[in-house]
Design a protein around this ligand. Structure first.
Ligand SMILES: [Zn+2]
Length: 258
C-alpha cells in the first residue's frame, strides 16, 4: 500500500512494508522521497519521524537541490561543479566532455574525464560521479572483506555499496529461516572512494568487529571489547581515521546532498 503525504509542502511517498523498521530513501535520479513504514506505525508517528531536526533538514535540502522546490533552494546555491575531486585520496582534475552517447567517467592517471550530455545539471554530474565512486569501491572492497573474514574468522552474507552519509554500517537480520538463522549485510558508502584505501580497510575491519562481537555475544557498541579488537587487528586505525576526520567537507557535503 502506498500513499503520499506532504511535510512542509514536500511530497513523500509512504509505502507500508512487512519489516519492523522505517527506511527513508532519497531518489536522486527519479527525484522523489520515499519512506517505508511498518503497518504498526501511526500517522502521528510517521510525521514525528520525518520532522526530527536532522531529518527534516535533509528533506528540505533535497527538496531544494533535487526537487527544486523554490522555497527550499538554498541561497546562494553553488552551481559550480568542483574542478578537482579525490579518487583514493589522490586529487584528480575533472575534464567535462559533452557528447551524445551514454554518460560515463574514465580515469586516466590523475585526469577524470566526465562524458556527459549537453545540459547536464549539477545533480546529474554529482550522480554520475557517485556511480563511478560506487563502481571503484565495488571493485576494491570484496577482496579486503574476504581477507579480513579469514583473519577474523567471521562471515557476512552480503556487501552493499550505496550513496550514504555514514562510511559504513552493518545490519544483522535475525532468524531469516531455521536453516538460515542470520543474514549479515555490510553497507559501505560510495564516498569512501574519495579517501584512502587504508581508510576503506579501517571501515571494513570496523564493521567486521561488530560482526565478530555479535557472534561471540560480546557486543558493546564502540566500548572496550570493540576497541580492543580494533587495536588488535589494525593497530594504526586511529591514526588513519584521525587523518580522515580532519578533511574539509567536500562541496556535496556542504550542499547537504549526502
Ligand atoms: Zn560501529
Amino acid at each position: 500500500m502506498s500513499y503520499t503525504i506532504e511535510i512542509e509542502d514536500i511530497p513523500i511517498t509512504i509505502t507500508v512494508w512487512e519489516k519492523r523498521w522505517m527506511s527513508l530513501l532519497f531518489h536522486y535520479q527519479d527525484k522523489y522521497i520515499a519512506l517505508r513504514v511498518p503497518h504498526t506505525k501511526s500517522q502521528d508517528y510517521i510525521k514525528a519521524y520525518l520532522t526530527r531536526p536532522n531529518r527534516i533538514e535533509k528533506i528540505k535540502a533535497f527538496a531544494g537541490n533535487v526537487l527544486r522546490i523554490p522555497k527550499y533552494i538554498p541561497e546562494p546555491f553553488d552551481e559550480s561543479f568542483p574542478s578537482t575531486v579525490n579518487v583514493w585520496d589522490i586529487p584528480c582534475d575533472i575534464e567535462i566532455i559533452e557528447c551524445k552517447s551514454k554518460p560515463k567517467i574514465e580515469l586516466t592517471g590523475n585526469l577524470l574525464k566526465m562524458y556527459i550530455r549537453p545540459g547536464f545539471t549539477i545533480i546529474q554530474k554529482f550522480n554520475l560521479l557517485h556511480k563511478f565512486y560506487k563502481s571503484i569501491v565495488k571493485e576494491a572492497a570484496p577482496s579486503i572483506v574476504k581477507k579480513w573474514e579469514e583473519i577474523m574468522n567471521v562471515q557476512i552474507q552480503e556487501l552493499c555499496i550505496k550513496k550514504v552519509k555514514y562510511h559504513g554500517y552493518c545490519t544483522i537480520q535475525k532468524l531469516v529461516s531455521d536453516s538460515y538463522p542470520v543474514h549479515i549485510i555490510i553497507t559501505l558508502s560510495s564516498n569512501l572512494a574519495m579517501h584512502s584505501l587504508d581508510y576503506l580497510e579501517v571501515v571494513i575491519v570496523h564493521e567486521l568487529c561488530h560482526v565478530k562481537l555479535y557472534n561471540e555475544n560480546r557486543t558493546d557498541g564502540h566500548g572496550k571489547n570493540f576497541l580492543d579488537l580494533m587495536d588488535g587487528y589494525l593497530p594504526d586505525w586511529k591514526a588513519i581515521s584521525k587523518k580522515m576526520n580532519k578533511g574539509e567537507l567536500c562541496w556535496w557535503e556542504k550542499q547537504k546532498l549526502i
